[in-house]
Design a protein around this ligand. Structure first.
Ligand SMILES: [Zn+2]
Ligand SMILES: [Zn+2]
Length: 129
């Protein structure tokens, strides 16, 4: 997998929570002949090897992320993900559940500052979608 290294590096350097499509477009600058299917294959195998995180949210394409322990703020209006670094609650969860876990996925829902501003501008009751 000659692209795996580049893809891995790209995901670890970025805070953008890139989709396969975005990874593809970025990789294409380096390797003009790369095809989207190859990017999907590489992302899947990196995910399966436990080298990257996949974030799936209903209504949005899967996004990929570094493994570094962190959680996410998720904007309910535009779908934007932002990283937040909260204390690790693995131990606490394990105590309550009674066995060890592989990890957890915390998504805190909110309206991002930009969406809040837009809502204020349109100055109407929240009623999109
Ligand atoms: Zn938003
Ligand atoms: Zn993240």
């Amino acid at each position: 997998m000659r692209y795996a290294e580049s893809i891995l590096e790209m995901i670890y350097k970025s805070d953008a929570h890139m989709t396969a499509e975005q990874v593809f477009l970025a990789l294409k600058q380096q390797y003009p002949s790369v095809v989207l299917a190859t990017v999907y294959n590489n992302l899947n195998s990196l995910y399966q090897q436990g080298k990257i995180r996949k974030i799936s949210l209903e209504g949005y394409p899967d996004r990929y992320d570094k493994l570094t322990r962190h959680d996410h703020l998720f904007c309910r209006r535009c779908g934007k993900l932002s990283d937040i670094y909260l204390s690790d609650i693995t131990g606490e969860l394990e105590r309550q559940i009674g066995f060890s876990i592989e990890g957890y996925d915390l998504k805190i829902q909110y309206f991002c500052p930009q969406c809040r501003a837009e809502q204020r501008e349109s100055n109407s009751v929240y009623e999109s979608e």
